[in-house]
Design a protein around this ligand. Sequence first.
Ligand code: CA
Length: 222
Amino acid sequence: MRILVVEDEVKIARFVQRGLKEEGYTVDVAFDGQHGYEYATTETYDAIILDIMLPGIDGVTLCSKLREEKNDTPILMLTARDAVQDKVRGLDAGADDYLTKPFAFEEFLARIRALLRKKGENITSTLQVGDLVMDLLTHRVSRAGKSIELTAKEFIVLEYLMRNVGKVVTRTMLAEHGWDINFDSFTNVIDVYINYLRNKIDKPFKNKLIHTIRGRGYIIRE
Ligand code: CA
């Protein structure tokens, strides 16, 4: 599960990011509205945490913009004060829920879980490339109907490849998304994990899905 946090208060953003990561979510952080918009429109998220008071584009405007563009990612608004007006504006703009700062992290997590459940009921939560299917809620992966057991890391790497189906994914991108580390020497680890994945996903089957793009990275496609 991948979550975008748009929050200009660095302390809160880092606190939320760390907490979500500990719960096993993959987290991206944007510190202003413009970057938030760019992340939200170039990556696919399972939920967006959106502060209302932001430099550049404010949270309410950003939320309406995304909804106008048919982006239906669940959005949890953060409001700085207990202002009814802010909540109404946020919900009118298409937010699914709101939380007033300061908040208890446990409540925050519960709201996120509720949003993700709601999303699971409304829209499909599976990724598919050919006969390879990944269920993002149950973490089940199968190919041609046969169940495939993956470790947590293998799942993260495969999920990232599948979310970017047909696009070249570099080792650096995979390292940043799976490990939050971006120094070059680490990228050898990526090759090791791609190998594990190939053994499980491609080796037993005739058609290979994971391809090496020499000098650039990897791509998953039919
Ligand atoms: Ca703010």
